[in-house]
Ligand binder design. Structure first.
Ligand code: PEP
Ligand code: MN
Length: 268
């Protein structure tokens, strides 16, 4: 049983230790306007790390695949104005050179948790890695996937529970919050929960984010969009700006009750 969680620095922000960290942003970077307004809002209300997909892994090859390199200038600009560290998914080691400059943490998506060549390559960097759970992976397989990174020399791994595939159809995935408690007993690495992909339903994101905090997660990652109906990916699960504000308002007393300060850099 591990009683302390390791603290990992992502740019000027820590995940792990006593703090609770909120990662927020759009599913995909779509435009400067869309991402900059979202970043400003979530930063103002308590998020400290910005998320956003650039190279999207979509189930349907006809779906929006992300802006790719067109997103780089957008992210550089927003990082310079907000100072927020940025996390984006890396799906291929060939993206390392480009993403190294703009990404403060690399996300390994659910579909790539078993991509051991990618994991080993990321193990040769020192960047923090947000390792999402494979949607059909057991916790044991997930821990072993993390070891591909740590054994290759990079100790900076953060687990991200994002739901698993079950027979249930009311939600997009089944968010396995018991994984948080299991990981806390079996590793000293931080654990973040993604209730956006974990439920796939906007109105379920806030209740499950609160449940994640109560279960002992070190943070959450949520999708936010200025106009979810217009989103090019995952609009059905994106929080509106108002939803995000309400989520943080509800989160604060809960975190106070469990004595975990919200790591907030915004003025809110
Ligand atoms: C994402 O976070 O944008 C994403 C695609 O998540 P997952 O890999 O969990 O499906
Ligand atoms: Mn998404």
């Amino acid at each position: 049983m591990h009683t302390t969680t390791k603290t990992i620095s992502i740019g000027n922000v820590n995940i792990g230790g006593p703090n609770f960290t909120v990662i927020a942003g759009p599913c995909s970077i779509e435009s400067f306007e869309q991402t900059s307004t979202t970043a400003a809002w979530v930063f103002q209300h308590g998020a400290t790390i910005l998320r956003g997909g650039i190279y999207k892994l979509r189930t349907n090859p006809s779906s929006f695949q992300g802006l790719g390199s067109e997103a780089f200038a957008i992210i550089k600009n927003i990082k310079a104005s907000t100072g927020m560290p940025f996390v984006t998914e890396i799906s291929d080691p060939r993206q390392l050179e480009d993403l190294n400059e703009i990404s403060d943490m690399y996300q390994v998506g659910s579909r790539n948790m078993h991509n051991y060549a990618l994991l080993k390559e990321l193990g040769h960097t020192q960047k923090p890695i947000l390792l999402k759970r494979g949607f059909c992976a057991t916790i044991e397989e997930w821990i072993l996937a993390a070891r591909y990174i740590t054994d290759a020399g990079n100790p900076n791994v953060i687990f991200c529970e994002r739901g698993i595939r079950t027979f249930e159809t009311a939600t997009r995935n089944t968010l396995d919050l018991s994984a948080v408690a299991v990981l806390k007993q079996r590793t000293d690495l931080p654990v973040v929960v993604d209730p956006s992909h974990g439920t796939g339903v906007r109105t379920l994101v806030t209740p499950m984010a609160l449940a994640a905090a109560a279960a002992g997660a070190d943070g959450i990652m949520v999708e936010v969009h200025p106009q979810p109906k217009e989103a090019l990916s995952d609009g059905f699960q994106a929080l509106t700006f108002e939803d995000f504000e309400i989520l943080i308002k509800k989160l604060k007393p809960l975190l106070a009750a469990i004595e975990r300060p919200l790591l907030s850099k915004g003025p809110a």
